[in-house]
Design a protein around this ligand. Structure first.
Ligand code: KG4
Ligand code: ZN
Length: 336
């Protein structure tokens, strides 16, 4: 039944989405190009850009959905984790709108929403995951293997002990002087390169945990040594370097995901988060699905990186439980 407007402003994208049940009517995203100059997200600039973008983005989402604000049944927002100043913009906006329309407010956890993006019904015959399933959540701030037992019942069974997979992509790109965010660029160049050109070491970490800081250091030393011999080393070998780095990151991720599936006996396996947009990782999931007889769930590109449609669908399942937020709900930068 419900129409829900959701707002996502946890990092550097301002997004608003309107859904009817778990069907997306609109999903508008404004990216902030201001950060490219600085090689990473500048929190103060992000908050200011959210403040500039939020009204036009919400307006565009409502117009695209073709409904009036009086038809909305709830307003949802990302409560955390993320940048506090950025979260505050979406949170304050959502509260004001919920109050003025006198409809419920729903708070959503950004990471839960990335996983629940698999429940967006974007095609009539779309098969949704059944519980339990495993999800490899890979974003700019997180790398976790999560066992999902219900919409809001989850257990982290493995996670990174240092950098996230997205950071591994972005930091490797930065070492190669590629602009931020480097993940999509590495993906693009990797398509033209030889993934076996260079070999970077994979860490030996216990259980289902990950580590990416050693990879970053080994790339740094490898490039430093080669640049001494040839100052154009990176430029000449860019596509092979990107393909080899990408392959190493994917191998590290997939080995633990395969181990997790074996250990739990669960054969429904999903990926979510910004890095799930990576074409190499998507292909590796399809290959593993075939080899290990998994039912594989890969989000559409627009629902991989940060977007408000995933916040809206998570809010829909909270709406069904009447799990509403207090008007004094405040954002959290990280999980407690
Ligand atoms: O989920 P997300 O949009 O924001 C966070 O919640 O962190 O993830 C952003 C991360 C960045 O590190 C970005 O470089 C990475 O996702 N990313 C990619 C690709 N697209 C985005 N990494 C590798 N390949 C891609 N195609
Ligand atoms: Zn995210």
């Amino acid at each position: 039944m419900p129409y829900i407007l959701a707002i996502e402003s946890s990092c550097d994208d301002t997004s608003a989405s309107v859904i009817f049940e778990n069907r997306v009517l609109s999903n508008v995203i404004a990216n902030q190009s201001v950060h490219e100059l600085y090689g990473g997200v500048v929190p103060e600039l992000a908050s200011r850009a959210h403040q500039q973008n939020i009204i036009p983005v919400v307006d565009a989402a409502m117009k695209k959905a073709g409904i009036s604000v009086n038809q909305l049944d709830a307003i949802a927002f990302t409560r955390g984790p993320g940048l506090l100043g950025s979260l505050l913009v979406g949170c304050s906006f959502a509260k004001t709108m919920a109050m003025s329309l006198n409809i419920p407010l729903i708070e959503v956890d950004h990471l839960e929403a990335h996983i629940l993006s698999h429940f967006i019904k974007d095609e009539e015959d779309k098969v949704l995951p059944e519980f339990p399933f495993l999800c490899l959540l890979v974003s700019g701030g997180h790398t976790q293997i999560i066992r999902m037992d219900d919409y809001f019942s989850m257990e982290i069974i493995g996670q990174t002990i240092d950098d996230a997979a997205g950071e591994a992509f972005d930091k490797s790109a930065k070492i190669m002087s590629l602009p931020y965010p480097g993940g999509p660029l590495i993906d693009k160049f990797a398509k033209e390169g030889n993934a076996n050109a260079y070999k970077f070491p994979e860490p030996n970490i216990q259980g289902l945990n990950f580590s990416f800081s050693g990879l970053k250091t080994s790339i740094l030393y490898f490039l430093r040594d080669n640049l001494k011999l040839n100052p154009d080393f990176i430029e000449i070998n860019k596509v092979d370097l990107c393909a080899s780095i990408q392959k190493t990151i994917i191998n590290i991720l997939m080995k633990k995901l395969i181990k997790a599936a074996k250990q739990t006996g669960i054969n429904q396996v999903a990926i979510a988060g910004g890095v799930s947009a990576n074409s190499g990782l998507r292909q590796a999931m399809l290959d593993a699905g075939e080899k290990y007889k998994w039912k594989v769930f890969i989000p559409k590109f627009e629902y991989s990186t940060d977007n408000a449609a995933m916040i809206a669908v998570a809010a829909y399942y909270k709406f069904l439980k009447k799990d509403f937020a207090d008007l004094n709900a405040s954002p959290y930068a990280r999980h407690l």
